[in-house]
Design a protein around this ligand. Structure first.
Ligand code: SF4
Length: 214
């Protein structure tokens, strides 16, 4: 059984897949507490659902792209089984993970979107750095949420230290909602010379920052 907060169809709001129709399976619970977290409603509650029942709902939405997210989707061991099952059924699977739980053992067909937590999140000490070693340049993406200038400098250092421009399919730089001036962030990125991609959370601009299930 899995603890599930919501299953819904929308468009992908982030990553290089932004704009694509996508079914989201949002699992309940997260061991982290990022200060700017926009998914606190996943920390508690949720419904216990079998993998078969999740698959039924996913099939009914009819999207080939499925994102397994949270909360922290890898915090439940059954999350790994769900991801394998989705891959077995031919779905293109994205896994959005916060970077605390090891990605070892994840089905190799799934594409990982891995957060590296920056200092202003309050959770930087909990990054599992071995996850960066497992990134695959043809499939996986790595994301830094930036809340202030210190976070930007930290992201640059990690990108260079771990050679992320070559190690990952994309390096995503995302502003923490309402925390950093977008033009300022764009300027830092543009002048950095780094092969990175600024991304906005498309769904928040379409439906607003607090709407769930979109
Ligand atoms: S890892 Fe994600 S879900 Fe967990 S606290 Fe941080 S932002 Fe929220």
């Amino acid at each position: 059984m899995l603890r599930v907060t919501e299953i819904f169809r929308s468009i992908q709001g982030e990553s290089t897949h932004a704009g694509r129709p996508c079914t989201f399976v949002r699992l309940t619970g997260c061991p982290m507490r990022c200060v700017w977290c926009d998914s606190e409603y996943t920390f508690t509650g949720g419904e216990h659902i079998s993998i078969d029942a999740v698959m039924d709902q996913v099939r009914a939405f009819g999207c080939n792209l499925v994102e397994v997210t949270g909360g922290e989707p890898l915090a439940q061991r059954q999350g790994f089984a769900l991801i394998a099952r989705l891959c077995d059924e031919g779905y293109e699977v994205l896994v959005e993970t916060g970077g605390y739980v090891s990605t070892a053992g994840l089905d190799q067909r799934a594409k990982v979107i891995l957060d590296v937590k920056c200092p202003a999140s309050g959770e930087e000490p909990r990054n599992d750095w071995s996850n960066l070693e497992r990134l695959r340049p043809d499939l996986d993406e790595v994301k830094f949420v930036i809340a202030d200038e210190g976070d930007w400098h930290y992201a640059k250092k990690v990108i260079e230290e771990y050679d992320l421009q070559n190690r990952a399919h994309a390096v995503l730089i995302s502003p923490a909602w309402d925390q950093v001036d977008l033009q300022q962030l764009a300027e830092w990125i543009a002048s950095s010379g780094l092969k990175v991609r600024m991304q906005l959370q498309l769904h928040k601009y379409i439906w607003g920052p607090d709407v769930k299930g979109v």
